[in-house]
Design a binder for this molecule. Sequence first.
Ligand code: PGA
Length: 261
Amino acid sequence: MARRNFVAGNWKMNCTPKAAQELVSELRPHVADIDSADIAVCPPFTSIAAVAQLIEGSNIALGAQNLYTLEKDGGFVQSGAYTGEISPEMLKASDVQWVILGHSERRQYFGETDKGVNTKIKACFATGLLPIVCVGETLEQRDEGITNNIVETQVRGCYTGIPADQAALTVIAYEPVWAIGTGRTASPEQAQEVHAHIRAVLTSLFDEATAEAIRIQYGGSMKPGNAAELLAQKDIDGGLIGGAALNAEDFAAIIKAAANA
Ligand code: PGA
């Protein structure tokens, strides 16, 4: 079965509720007739409620950029004395469907690990959320020639103990760290090579059918001008878009490229 392209906007630490409403109000009519690709926007926590209202009944799904939980007594912490944190249940109750996990900025600045992401993936499934699991190498790692090993370690670590039927529903975002927010994009060939490797790792972790079902987004300076050639690659199933997702026309153009790929 062909995988359906999925384009998600990672708004990062941008957009007050008012700015978020303006952005999504502008986006909605641009993409209203798209029915051959999935679309999500991932605002910061404080703008989730404002966006949820405006996308109700539309083809735009809601995502978050992180969650907090711990494994406890065979379940997951959903509330308690964790000042400043947001639980999976809180997101679920706010109409969130998708959660970005293990973004490189969280790994780099907030100490996020594959083991932590693994716990969060499990908590997503326990709560009825779906994860977008981010992996990717730094420039030093690429220059050392260890990109495939790094990404393989990340995928194996994040997916430890996840059953195949759940894994099939997850999305992976391959985001080379050196391409994020830098204007420097992986070439379609560079990206395809890593995407194919990730799918091979998934085949060995699960089975071929599961690996074929998992959508792998590319992320890292994807823009209207380079989206089509990236999305034309066999194993690239959409995009996780940062900067270009903050402009409704640019984001819509990428979504259209995904719908037509
Ligand atoms: P970028 O960010 O599109 O601004 O490079 C992508 C991401 O970090 O998800």
